[in-house]
Design a protein around this ligand. Structure first.
Ligand code: BGC
Length: 741
């Protein structure tokens, strides 16, 4: 529709119709049955407002979206199409590993392809917007939502933020889907890693570390932004004019839609920020929040606010304009189904090509954390018996909590994968134990007592499972233990205070250790876990995340050496919960354990645990041995901001196995007016090395890599000395220095 016509449409709408466009409701409001007594009554809004509602959340599937759209367009004075938005976070039907696993690929280009495929599935199924990517910087593994993040580093997160947004939106406006980035801002820094908690930090820290990934996503063209649940320095984001209006809209020129997180406008009252829903609505409107997700606020309060002269109707017009503009840009006025159909959906989802890409992504996401005596890869031709033991042995739930629309039946289990490599006489299997036996963990997620009873085996069945696993293990030469977290232990509202494997799995593992056989752990989890106690007793550890639809194949490809692991952690694995938040780019402090001359007690450290995580950011092994040598800088001086320095390093694959090495460049600004971290990732390269191949790798170091936010919170570069580190992970010691003149 021409812009002039769209304006005319806006001008012809009644206040109620306009408000309707600013309301988002979930699928249950549009059920074929009468909803007046159910969701509508519960939320406390009128039937008229439900009828005028402008967008629907979390309904997928061409059939259902068409039914709802048809009903919406019928008998309306102004038949404005609904827009369908959903949490399509790391795949719709073809599910990829959780984003923390995607972060571990260090392969933004590949992830862009994966997200493009997801956009294709979503488009065909009648969705036009996804609430993704979630690009909150995450440094506290207690927070269950680290699952949805690409990790702890602003630079790496920014690269993924761009590639994910581009992947979703590559084919806009005609195909693909619009991206709604979240949770703006700094939701990843909730205190103590507790979900829905407060965030408090200096503006300097916010700008330097927490905002860059959102900014990268906005610059990549994200159409929408979701305001987060948290308070930011005392002011809830959903009513925070400074962060939403001054920074996002004015500084960054974002003119897309801002949507609140789920019920976040009404929660301004619970925060103790607004005295009632009316004030909450006014605060959110003044902060330019356009759409109210699933709260009664805008539906009930905007009209009285306008008629009583407390809110300028122009603000509503501006918000509606942004909503209509997106609908128009996506072509919904011409085709309210936007090309989706049941037929196209069938053709688009879970195609062999999409599965193949998912397998590649999942393989790249695996991180080999330990491989003592090169126990891995296993050779299927060896005359050895392998026992696949543990609760994830033949489990279809490999998708993780936020793959809400994924079909578990379509998942390749680890056993399915193993069977493609091993004959049945060499493969022994036993579940051994449940994933989780603590029944209290299953409360509050809509399960009845009976359902929980079915999930958790009785004590006698558990004992039988344990015994059988031990018998099976006794017959084997090597044990692969497939364990980890239960799906419900991470994701939204999945904060935890203990990050070890569940007790029942530890109990079984300890019995298996007594057999003195090599044990390989395949760890399925939505977060970095504490593996400190069991690590010394394991021969090898593969961090497999929730690996997605093709998970079982990808794990098997790694275990049997079809693929050489190239994944590197994008979030540190803590040594103990007491370290959290733990991340590599810390400050030196006045008494660093590495450099201080104070007596050992009076340094910045713990008395009972080390400062360093068990596995640092950037870490991961492969089946090759790559040596880094001869780091050189093209000059010891950078003369002014337009100059550049080239850092080069020699890499040698001293093995007979081809590999992909993730070469990482870190910088340190040694002295600055605002203290800078001991190391910060500034660039990385994926370098493929054939067996025994040698390569020289180079990085350009430019002055924009040296910028930081000064005491005035503006970007600045200061002359002085910089250290340059190049290596295989953040713990690298190889460095050289130069001076910026
Ligand atoms: C989550 C968001 C999600 C929204 C809609 C909220 O509870 O915080 O990430 O997009 O629900 O499902």
């Amino acid at each position: 529709m021409e812009e002039r016509k769209l304006r005319e449409l806006l001008n012809s709408l009644s206040l109620d119709e306009k408000i309707g466009q600013l309301i988002q409701l979930s699928g249950e409001f549009f059920s074929a049955k009468d909803v007046s007594l159910g969701p509508q009554k519960k939320l406390g809004i009128t039937k008229e407002m439900v009828d005028l509602c402008g967008s629907v959340m979390n309904v997928v599937g061409a059939k259902e979206t068409h039914r709802i759209q048809d009903a919406n367009l019928k008998n309306k004075k102004h038949p404005i199409p609904l827009i369908f938005m959903s949490d399509i976070i790391y795949g719709l039907k073809t599910v990829y590993p959780i984003p923390l696993g995607l972060g571990a690929t260090w392969d933004p280009d590949l992830i862009q392809k994966a997200y493009r495929n997801t956009a294709e599935e979503a488009y065909a199924s009648g969705n036009q917007v996804t609430f993704a990517p979630m690009i909150d910087l995450a440094r506290d593994a207690r927070w269950g939502r680290v699952l949805e993040s690409t990790g702890e580093d602003p630079y790496l997160n920014s690269r993924f933020a761009e590639s994910m947004v581009k992947g979703f939106q590559e084919d806009l406006p005609k195909y693909g889907i619009a991206s709604c980035i979240k949770h703006f801002a700094a939701y990843g820094a909730v205190e103590s890693g507790r979900e829905y908690n407060a965030t408090d930090m200096s503006e300097n820290r916010l700008r330097q570390y927490y905002l860059p990934s959102y900014k990268a996503a906005v610059d990549a063209g994200a159409k929408m932004v979701m305001s987060s649940f948290n308070t930011l320095n005392g002011v809830p984001v959903t009513g925070n004019k400074w962060i939403l209006k001054d920074i996002l809209r004015k500084e960054w020129n974002f003119d897309g839609i801002i949507i609140s997180d789920y019920a976040a406008i009404s929660e301004l009252v619970a925060h103790g920020f607004a005295q009632d829903n009316k004030q909450a609505s006014k605060l959110a409107m003044n902060a330019t929040v356009d759409i109210d997700m699933k709260s009664p606020c805008y539906a009930n309060e905007l009209k009285p606010l306008v008629t009583e002269g407390e809110l300028d109707e122009k603000k509503i017009d501006d918000a509606v304009w942004r909503v209509l503009k997106l609908k128009n840009e996506l072509g919904l006025f011409e085709d309210p189904y936007r090309g989706s159909s049941e037929e196209l959906e069938k053709k688009s989802v879970l195609t062999p090509e999409k599965r193949q890409l998912a397998r590649k992504v999942s393989t790249e996401a695996m991180v080999l954390l330990k491989n003592k005596n090169n126990v891995l890869p296993l050779n299927p031709e060896d005359n050895k018996k392998i026992a696949l033991i543990g609760p994830y042995e033949n489990e279809h739930e490999l998708l993780g909590l936020w793959a809400v629309h994924g079909d578990r039946k379509e998942t390749v289990t680890i056993e399915d994968g193993f069977k493609t490599y091993l004959n049945s006489d060499k493969l022994l299997t036993a579940k051994g134990t449940d994933i989780l036996r603590d029944k209290s963990m299953f409360k509050g997620i809509g399960l009845s007592e009976e359902q929980i009873e079915k999930i958790v085996s009785s004590d006698s069945v558990e004992k039988e499972n344990n015994d059988k696993a031990i018998e099976v293990a006794k017959e084997a030469d090597i044990i692969v233990f497939a364990g980890g977290e239960h799906t419900i232990e991470s994701g939204e509202a999945g904060s935890r205070g203990n990050l070890t494997l569940p007790d029942n799995q530890l109990h079984l593992l300890n019995k298996l250790f007594e057999l003195n056989k090599p044990i390989i752990l395949v760890n399925i989890s939505g977060r970095p876990m504490i593996l400190t106690d069991i690590e010394p007793k394991l021969e090898a550890i593969i961090q497999a995340w929730f690996p997605g639809t093709e998970g079982g194949n990808a794990i098997s490809d790694i275990i049997f050496g079809k693929a050489n692991p190239s994944g590197r952690l994008s979030m540190s694995f803590p040594y103990a919960v007491g370290q959290l938040p733990v991340y590599y780019s810390q400050f030196s402090t006045g008494r660093s354990v590495r450099t201080s001359t104070h007596s050992s007690r009076f340094m910045s450290k713990y008395l009972d645990i080390p400062n360093d995580p068990l596995y640092p950011f950037g870490y991961g092994l492969s089946y090759s041995k790559v040596c880094y040598d001869n780091l050189k800088l093209s000059s010891k001086e950078m003369n002014g901001e337009s100059d550049k320095i080239v850092a080069t390093i020699d890499l040698q694959n001293k093995s007979n196995v081809d590999t992909t090495e993730i070469v990482q460049l870190y910088l340190q600004d040694k002295f600055a007016s605002v203290v800078q971290p001991i190391k910060e990732l500034k660039s990385f390269k994926r370098v493929s090395l054939k067996a025994n191949e040698q390569k020289n790798v180079s990085f350009d170091i430019t002055s924009d890599m040296l910028r930081f936010y000064g005491t005035d919170n503006k970007l600045t570069v200061e002359p002085g000395e910089f250290n340059v580190f190049v290596g295989p992970n953040s713990d690298t010691d190889q460095y050289d220095s130069f001076e910026l003149k």
